[in-house]
Design a protein around this ligand. Structure first.
Ligand SMILES: [Zn+2]
Length: 409
């Protein structure tokens, strides 16, 4: 078999396209494939698909293709133009590449796979032998393609959550589809406007189709959910992990205060016990558990706070919202009569939002998806060494977490 025929077959070129010649430059490590079309071939107007004769050609262009063995492989061709009576002179769509791309479809598809596998632009660029900018451009195009193809399928269960773009500041707000575990919308900031900006990226049908929304207890997201989602009040579920986190932080505050007081009179009972109070019992080693039991039986304030926090966990184990409400009211009454101020504060916060805490018993959703996704996003950020700006960071989140159809067809 002649090499032109060989390449024509492995490239999958169909008439009128043929491989005219193939050259190998061993020193440059490159294979160049020159593609031409048969004389008299007809092409479609890219606007109206009308079949037309070739009008002229633009100057030669090159497309990086998949390597031939260890050799970089480049396609060369002069793209034909047609003269459509309706649309004028237009360059035709080539079967091997998207318009204005410097890479073939095969190469772009492979690049997307490499980007997904390596999870870093730098790493992918190294394997593909492309520059950072070229690789980033392929990623960005894939996201644009995927977003354009998105349907407004209804997402019954969503989560809304914030995420720090840089440590401790510069937040973004994300909406997750809890069933598909995908990021569906991103906006800047973490206030009501940010929430609104996120919801506005969903279609009206999608907003109407939401049955349950997981979120923390921040007033900002409650407000924007109410402004955007019909009957939001019955759909909001305050994420139980966020609620328990508040209770755990309250226990820690009690511990710090008590430890300060005890230390002042030389009592070291609470020294280096922070971990014991903050970890779940199931995560403690046998030795740690023995230490825990020893401090717990001292009947310190910290121990009391811890016990109330543990009781609160059972709030999410009720069969329905009514019995969960009864349970909470009993818990609240006990806590509010203690001297454990940080815990009393949390108790009041929960009381004020109780309907949307016990709504868990109706909707059974949490923002665990968001938490899981957080670590994925953080690892992407870490491995890429930080995106150059916030827009790039958002694009990368959509690429890796958007569940998009990224590939060129
Ligand atoms: Zn036309």
């Amino acid at each position: 078999m002649h090499e032109t025929e060989f390449y024509q077959q492995i490239l999958g070129l169909t008439p009128p396209w043929i491989v005219a010649n193939v050259t190998l430059d061993t020193e440059a490590g490159q294979v160049d494939i020159h593609v031409e079309h048969a004389d008299g071939a007809k092409f479609c107007c890219p606007e109206c698909d009308r079949q037309l004769a070739c009008y002229d050609h633009v100057s030669e262009r090159r497309w990086r293709h998949l390597d031939t063995m260890q050799y970089r492989t480049v396609l060369h061709a002069k793209p034909p133009r047609v003269k459509c009576p309706e649309h004028g002179v237009k360059q035709v769509q080539l079967p091997w590449a998207e318009k204005n791309s410097r890479f073939t479809l095969f190469f772009e598809r492979f690049s997307i796979d490499v980007l997904l596998a390596t999870q870093t632009v730098q790493g992918a660029a190294g394997i593909l032998r492309t520059s950072w900018d070229e690789t980033w451009h392929i990623l960005k195009k894939a996201v644009a393609r995927g977003k354009a193809r998105k349907t407004d399928a209804v997402m019954p269960r969503i989560g809304i959550d914030e995420k720090a773009f840089r440590k401790g500041q510069n937040y973004i707000t994300l909406i997750y589809d809890l069933d598909r575990s995908t990021v569906e919308a991103i906006s800047d900031g973490n206030d009501t406007d940010a929430g609104n900006a996120c919801f506005s990226q969903l279609s009206q049908a999608q907003r109407d189709g939401i049955e349950a929304i997981a979120m923390d207890m921040s007033a900002a997201y409650v407000k924007s959910a109410k402004e955007n989602i019909p009957l939001a009040e019955t759909k909001i579920v305050h994420d139980r992990f966020h609620v328990m986190k508040l209770a755990t932080e309250a226990v820690d505050k009690v511990r710090r205060g008590e430890h300060r007081k005890l230390s002042a009179v030389g009592d070291k009972r609470l020294t280096r016990t922070r971990y014991l109070w903050l970890s779940g019992q199931e995560n403690l080693s046998e030795q740690q558990r023995e230490r825990f039991d020893a401090v717990y039986t001292q009947e310190l304030e910290t121990g009391k706070a811890w016990a109330y926090k543990e009781m609160l966990r059972d709030l999410w184990h009720h069969a329905d919202a009514t019995s969960a409400t009864v349970y909470f009211k009993d818990w609240y009454k006990r806590v509010i009569h203690t001297k454990l101020s940080p815990l009393k504060k949390v108790a009041k916060t929960i009381r004020d939002r109780l309907a949307n805490v016990v709504s868990y018993c109706t909707h059974f959703i949490t923002n665990a998806v968001a938490e899981g996704m957080n670590s994925k996003i953080m690892s992407i950020k870490r491995r890429v060494g930080g995106y150059r700006n916030r827009e790039n960071f958002k694009t990368a989140i959509y690429f890796y977490c958007g569940g998009l159809d990224l590939y060129p067809h």
